[in-house]
Design a protein around this ligand. Structure first.
Ligand SMILES: [Zn+2]
Ligand SMILES: [Zn+2]
Length: 150
């Protein structure tokens, strides 16, 4: 190959890889921001709620970017996704294992850190010949507030 052409191709490649690097950095910066804000919120939030919080810090961010990054964070086990119903899922950055008490009336989700008795799930293992190592419960019902008990 003639030298000028080689140089030209190298220049093209360099500017391309620079652009890629900048894009990668921006993406990881956005992901870090999403993670930090979710951790700070210390709550169970929908993708839309997280988007609204993150948008205050990064006004140019799109909902799609937030949603995609939530998927990546979940994939790498940095955050958890809790599916409430076919229309609703929430995310949280609480890494300690816990169960959920989900109110059907007000939608409030409470974390329960007390380890649930292993007995309540152990019966499942002999039903289907399966060794259970871990189990988390999403319990649905009505909270004390909605029941006017508090
Ligand atoms: Zn409630
Ligand atoms: Zn939780």
């Amino acid at each position: 190959m003639v030298e000028p052409l080689k140089i030209f191709i190298k220049m093209l490649y360099n500017s391309y890889s620079n652009k890629l690097n900048i894009m990668r950095q921006r993406y990881s910066h956005q992901r870090e921001l999403i993670f930090k804000e979710l951790k700070k919120a210390n709550s169970h939030l929908t993708a839309d709620e997280i988007y609204k919080i993150v948008k205050k810090k990064a006004p140019k961010i799109s909902f799609g970017t937030v949603y995609r990054n939530l998927g990546v964070l979940e994939h790498f086990g940095k955050i958890k996704k809790v599916v409430i119903s076919s229309e609703k899922a929430v995310y949280e950055a609480e890494e300690r294992p816990h169960h959920h008490l989900i109110c059907r009336k007000c939608g409030n989700i409470q974390n329960v850190f007390k380890p649930a008795s292993f007995k309540c799930v152990s019966c499942l293992s002999w039903v289907k010949d399966f060794d259970i190592e871990d189990a988390y419960i999403n319990a649905f019902g009505i909270c004390g507030k909605c029941n006017n008990r508090k």
